[in-house]
Design a protein around this ligand. Structure first.
Ligand code: FES
Length: 179
């Protein structure tokens, strides 16, 4: 019974969130005066909401700006900054710039891949929690090798510390889900 109520509540919350996000998309488009010239800033702001660019939202933007969906997809796929697939709640960025590479960043990348069952083609974990990205110098070479999880910077990383960070996030998420 409780489980039923909880799943109903969860579904209602999810649809609320969906509506709120769509309202924000509408506000962004209106703020940019429905101008096709503003497509890139619009896509940037919309990506900040979803963490990626969902296909139906890109189609909606196209319709509102009076341009084709193909045009929007073209721009979204041209710029590396845009992503068309959902990212995990936690984006793990392992720096593979020169200083970090010398300090075995490769081992950290492999560790994350093993922990999250990822490979070169699969960069997001099945539970939707994590996305792995490899990035160039993050400007913190003095503490190489560096791993950034969302906005949190972790320097002097080791294989063990990386596993620990992932473990802690999983525990935290489990605790939040149980509430
Ligand atoms: S090379 Fe990794 S922070 Fe500079």
């Amino acid at each position: 019974m409780d489980t039923k109520i909880n799943s109903k509540k969860k579904a209602a919350k999810e649809s609320d969130t969906k509506d709120v996000k769509m309202q924000r998309v509408r506000d962004i488009i209106a703020k940019h005066n429905f101008s096709a010239q503003q497509l890139i800033p619009i896509l940037q702001e919309v990506q900040d909401i979803y963490n990626y660019l969902p296909q139906d939202v890109m189609e909606y933007i196209a319709e509102k700006l009076g341009i084709t969906a193909g045009h929007v997809f073209g721009v979204a796929t041209f710029y590396a900054h845009f992503t068309l697939t959902p990212k995990g709640k936690y984006v793990i960025r392992v720096c593979d710039g020169t200083a970090c590479h010398v300090k075995q960043s490769e081992t950290l990348i492999k560790t994350v891949e093993t922990e999250l069952k990822l490979d070169a083609a699969k960069r997001a974990s099945d539970d939707g929690l994590f996305t792995l990205e490899t990035v160039a110098c993050l400007g913190s070479c003095g503490t190489a090798p560096v791993v950034v999880i969302n906005e949190e910077v972790h320097g002097n990383m080791t294989k063990e510390k990386t596993v620990e960070l992932i473990k802690n996030i999983r525990l935290r998420e489990k605790g939040a889900a149980a509430k």
